[in-house]
Design a protein around this ligand. Structure first.
Ligand SMILES: Nc1nc2c(ncn2[C@@H]2O[C@H](COP(=O)(O)OP(=O)(O)O)[C@@H](O)[C@H]2O)c(=O)[nH]1
Ligand SMILES: [Mg+2]
Length: 308
């Protein structure tokens, strides 16, 4: 299943053009107009575009080193060196398709703090899977917030997915358990588990997430096939603390970067990859069902380094 994630070359470029236009403005400013004189300010500009300290230092060191040793000359040479180094950081994303079960249902656990875009991203993902001909169960393991289950069930109806929920204030792990049970008995292809947004500093809620994860593992061997953290691209470097905290609770396999359309500072993609080695798998580019893209590092680099 999840075949659609193996056909990236076929995807529409128009959405990417939009990502580039919207999200990479500052990133392009950072690498544009680069020459030896402006090398010093490159550091500042990369930081301003949310590349983060670690990735920025790596990039600047590398480019400076090459320039000092006379290996690169002129603006094009410097840009080429920067592009190569960026490609090296983003390389893990090249293979970052979503994993799927060889047999039986595929389960994706979706986590993240409140308001980052979890439920919307799940709806978009379900929509794409449905269009691919996959059957989908959306599981509302967010039993905490009033209206959360209802919001998810409305999305489920819209995209033609099944819905499994539980009692308000009930056990989220039981919802995940039931959803996988339903998928097994009805031979449903994919289960998307929406979890309660939680402050990454809230210990009890983090323990609850661990329990959901544990129950999923017990119920179905090999599950969850992905444990994705949703991050809000506009939160910039705050995302780091979230990844750190959730990584301590569960084994994250990748990132859904939502709201990339709402920031010009798309360098966060590079920052996260460099610091956590966690691939950005999907990016959210708007509030609509169609606004989800598979992250394509090559398109990202083309967007950043194209003149314009
Ligand atoms: N512009 C934009 N808004 C988004 C995107 N993803 C989600 N949102 C909005 O962010 C808000 C919170 O989304 P929601 O999915 O409820 O977040 P959750 O609390 O993590 O489940 C909603 O108003 C969404 O419409 C995106 O990719 N772009
Ligand atoms: Mg939600």
């Amino acid at each position: 299943m999840a075949r659609l994630f193996r056909t990236r070359s076929e995807k529409k470029t128009s959405l990417w053009d939009r990502v580039v236009r919207l999200a990479l403005t500052d990133v392009r400013v950072a690498v544009g107009g680069m020459d030896t004189e402006t090398l010093e300010s490159l550091e500042e500009r990369l930081l301003a575009a949310d590349f983060g300290v670690q990735a920025t230092l790596r990039l600047v060191d590398r480019v400076e080193d090459l320039a000092r040793r006379g290996k690169v000359r002129g603006r094009e040479g410097l840009r080429g060196a920067l592009k190569e180094e960026l490609a090296a950081i983003l390389r893990p994303s090249s293979e970052a398709f979503l994993s799927a079960a060889d047999q039986g249902p595929t389960v994706y656990l979706i986590c993240g703090v409140n308001g980052v875009g979890k439920t919307t991203s799940i709806a978009k993902l379900a929509h794409r899977l449905r269009r691919e001909g996959q059957s989908v169960i959306m599981a509302a393991a967010d039993t905490f917030r009033a209206g959360a289950a209802e919001q998810l069930s409305i999305w489920a109806q819209r995209v033609g997915a099944s819905f499994v929920g539980g009692q308000r204030g009930g056990d989220p792990a039981a919802v995940a358990f039931d959803a996988i049970g339903a998928a097994l008995s009805r031979e449903v292809d994919v289960v998307l588990v929406d979890t309660a947004g939680r402050l990454h500093t809230h210990k009890n809620l983090m323990e609850e997430l661990q329990k959901v994860d544990r129950v999923v593992r017990k119920k179905l061997e090999g599950a969850p096939h992905e444990c994705l953290i949703v991050l809000d691209a506009t939160l910039g470097q705050n995302a780091r603390a979230q990844v750190e905290a959730f990584s301590r609770a569960v084994s994250l396999t990748g990132i859904i970067l939502a709201k990339l359309d709402s920031t010009a500072r798309g360098g966060i993609v590079v920052s996260l990859q460099e610091e956590f080695g966690l691939p950005v798998k999907l990016v959210g580019t708007g509030e609509g069902l169609e606004d989800l893209e598979v992250f394509d590092p090559d398109a990202f680099l083309r967007g950043v380094f194209e003149e314009g």
